[in-house]
Design a protein around this ligand. Sequence first.
Ligand SMILES: [Zn+2]
Length: 101
Amino acid sequence: MPPRPTPAVAEIMAALRLRFRFLNLHYEAAWTESWSHRRCLHNHTTLLEAAKCAMPRGPGWYVFAVEHGTPRELTETEEKIVSEFRFGPGTRFRDERGTPA
Ligand SMILES: [Zn+2]
């Protein structure tokens, strides 16, 4: 029977997971088509790569992150990068969802 991980090992593993979270992170493009949600299923390593994949899908696209296999919304910083790509640099935003003012 393998030994149980000690709390110290569990703590180290948690710290490593956090430190190297970018290794388990990718971005995907998503859009709506015929009233259903679609996603590109690519493993884009950057936000801009995912945004470029999303753009030809029409106006209702967005980018989301997948971390350890679980989709999540973009952080405010990530959202700002995508919004600046979409609407141009220096665009002022009304809210944290990236809606231009
Ligand atoms: Zn894609």
